[in-house]
Structure formats: structure tokens, C-alpha cells
Write a protein that binds this ligand. Sequence first.
Ligand code: HEC
Length: 703
Amino acid sequence: MRESDRVTRAVSRGALTAALGLTLLATSGSAAGPAGHSSLEARFLDSAAGRDWPGPGRTYGEQHFSPLTQINARNVSQLGLAWSLDLDVGNSVTQPIAVNGVLYFVTGTGILHAVDAVSGRELWRYDARVWEHETDKMRAAWGTRGVTWWNGVAYFGTMDGRLIAIDAASGKERWTVETTQHGDGRFITGAPRVFDGKVLIGHGGADWAAIRGYVTCYDAATGRQLWRFYTVPGNPAGGFESEAMKMAAATWHGEWWKQGGGGTAWNAMSYDPETHTVFIGTGNGAPWNHKVRSAGQGDNLFLSSIVALDADSGAYKWHYQTNPGENWDYNAAMDMELADLTIDGSPRKVLMTAPKNGFFYVIDRLNGKLISATPFAHVTWASGIDLTTGRPIEVPGSRFENGPFGMAPGPVGAHSWLPMAYSPQSRLAYIPVIEMEMKLYDAFQKPEDWRRPPFLANNGADGVDMDETKPKGSSALVALDPVAGKIAWRVPTPTAVSGGVLATAGGLVFQGTVDNRFSAYAAGTGKRVWSFNAGAPVIAPPIAYTVNGRQYVTVLSGSGGSLVLVGDAFKDHPVGYREQARRVLTFAIGGRMRLPRAVPYVLKPVSDPGFAPNPQAELRGYAYYAQTCIMCHGRDASALGGAAPDLRASPAILSPDTFHAVARDGALQQLGMPPFRDLSDSMIEDIRQYVRMKAREAGAKVR
Ligand code: HEC
């Protein structure tokens, strides 16, 4: 692997120099940004021309909007594939960035790729070799999904909790910092953000371990730590890190610190250069259940909040909490997009966000005051948001005080980490919406009876139960007018997964779907005006940029992450882990490339004549499987989402030695299969028994 990396790097150096040379020519004379900003910074301003896409949401304001118009509603029918690049590593639902004609994106648990945006040739790759560092954190499955660029350096986080700075031209490491502790259960899936020579990173993990969330800010040039902001208070006996933590602690009860509290800022951040403020979106409580976490009392700051911090010092400025006393995994960690809107005749500087709980919030970003909250999905837990207090009006029963309650949105959320987009041209926000109701209830007699599950996956304190009487969820692309507080149009999309969104000044909205399509919609009406058969699901967020004056749109195809757990999303569109290609797809006007014909995936269960049923072992095996393997190998051992091989078709389940070597000893850890050294021989054998039974069941259906 290493040797071949070196060869690739040597071969590609020529191509890279050529690419850089060309971009220098193309941009000479146009490098100066708007007055008062360096050309470096100009790329991140909403007024930028859109040549590059240097950070997750393109600019500091994170609108996922491109001002480019070359590809537009009139010529989109001529949009075609310019090139494609096959990816050998899993987790291809990540978003690329584009700077100076080079694309950067992350796959797996921490592999950064650099690809020439014109030819599609890989220039270099940097493998952070997560398995050498800490394999336990690889188990969370989600994979790393973001990278950002600043001053010739690409920054990304790894599943094992490192923040790594890589020279964008050579692929060589500049510096690495550990932003988490070994064994602490914190892992990084989200992208770092840069502003003003600093780089900011959060982490996830509150559903898995007893942790407190924090974000850490580093000097972008050196990796020196500048500040850290905790999102929930720790044990008061240890003293508070800041006045903000003291204030937050007054909203917690019982011995919350023993379970960590949660509130991780695992995904969204944005930055306002005018006021020098960073905004972080925080996650759910750990555990979910308010009764267990905080004796059922208090707002529990800063869970499910947008927190504004001073960019220089990390000092608290204001917060807005979407769900006081969070109880349902209702993250507020979804992208926060900044815009200047005219509301009731006055110009307002706003922050817009569509968190899991189903309301679209418009917030005054100067003071955190709520301006409006519009439901963008089916909502059963609240009848509305009180605009005076900013607090939700909760529906009686929604804290399951009277037994199971049908929560809509469910814990997956009406909107998750796949970003929405806001177009200042159409003045609409485009939200990838998930509609999935779930029944929630207290899974214990008394709160003190709750125990964190022994192995890995921890769904919080609550029993989570799909309501079998309801359909398995649906999804849509929803255009919402944030000023009028009205839905402008709504296009249903297949299954309960809805891909990341890009809006452009060409009057187009791009989004991929699970049924292998990558589509463009008319921004004003939602009419589908173009579509491409990618031969694999397209879920990742697309981007737009130019090289040598030509506009491109790039998106990754394939699957990965937590999506395999979303209902039956892939039942009608199965993805084979090894059978379906994962690709980088780049489109341009006049692109003519064709993809090889995709063969639909068909499960072929292994033949296992030696199998003898053992219901007790199968039941135990199911319980272990559901806490460990399910994250990647799917519910009922059906990996139709393509995040890992379908074990029912794997010869590895026929041999105890092979199965143990892979599942416990890490034989495939370099390829993303984490070792489970904490499972005993008999537990592994029970899991094998369970999977063999599932293979037998599937075989009976096929034959
Ligand atoms: C974080 C995701 C993840 C989790 C969790 C996970 N696996 Fe895997 N597993 C993978 C991936 C990815 C591969 C494919 C590696 C490769 O490319 O060969 C794999 C491969 C395997 C294989 C080999 C299959 C084959 O045909 O090559 C077996 C067996 C297996 N896993 C068993 C398990 C068991 C048992 C568990 C739970 C104890 C588990 N895995 C949990 C990701 C995961």
C-alpha cells in the first residue's frame, strides 16, 4: 500500500505542477478580493465569484450555493459526465472541496484524496492509518466525511480523533493533533472549519460513551491549541472552565456528569467575519432520556443548541436552544446557513437551520433571538414554537409520560447531516427531508434501572421501536421560503434517505437519490430538468466550481455511514459492497463519458449444508450482533445499504477460524472492518450461528 502510494505520488507530480501552472495563469490579476479582505479570505466570502469551493458549505456562511451560471436551466440538457474515478475504499457519501483545479475529499475512516479536477487523475492520497491508532473508534461506522482548505493546506479529522493538516500540493503531513483522548469514545466524522488563520473541530460519540462535548480551536499554521469550549458542564466539584459552564450547570440536575451529558458539536459550524463570531450546532443529550440524564428537570444547556462564540477567545456570546430538556435524540447539529434577509421591511442578519426536530428556524445572528420557526416535515411532538419565549409548545405525552408516543420526526430526524442549500437568488432554502415516525417509550421501570449497554451501540435510555403499523418512512426535497415561512414546493424522493443539496445561480438545485439518479431541479418550481443514471446511489452533497473558466459539478456516488440503518431505505435499491462501484463523478456541459453498465445487485446466500439450528445460540448471537455488527452489516444481517459485505453471502461465516480472525483479531482492519477483541470466543461463535441462520433463511427464499 505504502509503496504504491509513493509510486502514485511520483507519477502524479508532473500532472499537479501542470494543473497549478494553469490555474496561476487563469487567475493572475483577479486574486484581489473585496476591499479589506485578503485574497485568501476572499474565497470564503459570500461575495466570492465561486471559482473555488474551499470549505464544506463553500463560504463562511455555508449556504451550499454556487454563484456560477454557466450551467443553467437553459443548457442543463447538455450536461454530461466529463470523467469518473473509481474508489476502492468504502464510505463515499462525503463531500469534496475544490481549490485551484484540485478536488480533495475523504473516504473510509480517514483517507484524504487529491484529484485533478480536469482529468480525474488521482494526484496523491494520504491514509491516516486509523487502525494503527485506535480500532475501537472505527466501530461507529459513520466514517469521516469532510475536509476544508486554508492557505495551501487541507485539514481533516479522523475517526480516531486526530485533526491532520496536509500540504495541499504535495500530500505531505504538516502537523497532527489529538483532539480527543485514547479510549474516550469521541470520534470525528464532521469537517473542520477554518477562519482567520484558525481551524476549529468538534467530535461525536455521545450515543456511544459517557462524554461531554467540546470544540477545539487550533492555529492553522502550527496546530497549537488556542481555545476549547465545552458544550455541557462537568462535575461542579472539579470547578467550571468558564462562566458559561457555571450558567449551564444551573440547568442540570442529579449527577449528570456521570453519563457525560452529550451535546457534541459533531457536524455544523459557520462563521460571521463581520462580528467575528463562530456558531456551533450541538447534539442530543447522553443518554437521550431526560429522566435518566437530569432527573427529568432543567433545560440542560447547551444541548440541542446553536451557540455563538467569540472567534478569537472561544468566549460565549449567546445561545438558542431548540429543545430544552432534550429527550429524543433531537440534534441541533444540522448546517447553519447565514444570510441577509429583508423581514417585515427591515434588513436582518440571520442564521437559518433545519435541525432534526422538524422546524426551520430563522434566528437573528447578532443576538440569538428567534425570528420565525416553520415546520418543514410532519411534526407530532410540538404544536409550534412560541416566538416570544423561543420555546417549543410540547404536545402532552411526547415525553412518553403516558406510555409509548409516536414521535415525528423520529430520532433519525426530519433533516440530518446531509446539508440543505440556500439560494440568495431564488430566496429559497432547499432541505433534504426525511419523514420517519417512531414509537418511543421508557424502557425501564425506574430511571435508576437504566444501564448503558455493555458493548457499543447505546441508543440512550429509551426503548426505540419502529411502529409496525406505519410505513417505513419517506423522503422529499422541500423548498422553503424563510421570509414568508411557507413551503414553496415539495418533490417526493425515493425511500427514507434524501441526499445533500447544492443550489446554483444557474437557477438549478442538484440532488442525488437512492435510486441511482443524480438530478437537477428548477430552483423556482421543483420541476426535474435533468437526471443522470449513476448506477449506484447518489447521497453525498454535490459541489460546483470552475477550472480554466469552465464550470464543473462534482458528486461522489456509492453508500456508507449510518444510512444503512434508515428504515428499509435500500430494500428496493440494494447495493453490493463489492459489486457496486463507488465513484467520483464530474459533470460539465458537453460531457460525453459513459459509465460501464451497472448490474443490479442480487444476493447469493452461501450454501451451508453443515448448519444445524440452535435457537438459544441464535438468540444470543442476535443480541450481540445488534449491538456491534449492525452498524455496518445492517439490520437482520442484510447489508443492502452497501456499507459492508452482506455476511449472508460471505464464505467467511462457514469457517470458525476465518470468522474469528476477521471479527475479533482484525484480519481486515486496514479495509475498515474493526476488530472486536472484547467479545469472547463463545460470543463470536453465537454471532456466527445467528448469521448462518440468516443465510439459511435467505437461501430458502432464493431457492
Ligand atoms: C465499522 C463497520 C463495521 C462493523 C461495525 C463490523 N464490520 Fe465486518 N466488515 C466491515 C467492512 C468494511 C468489511 C469489508 C472489508 C473488506 O473490504 O474486505 C467487513 C468484513 C467482514 C467480514 C468478511 C466478509 C467477507 O466476505 O469478506 C466478516 C466475517 C465480518 N466483517 C464480520 C463482522 C462481525 C461479526 C461484526 C460484529 C462483531 C462486524 N463485522 C462489524 C465493516 C464492519
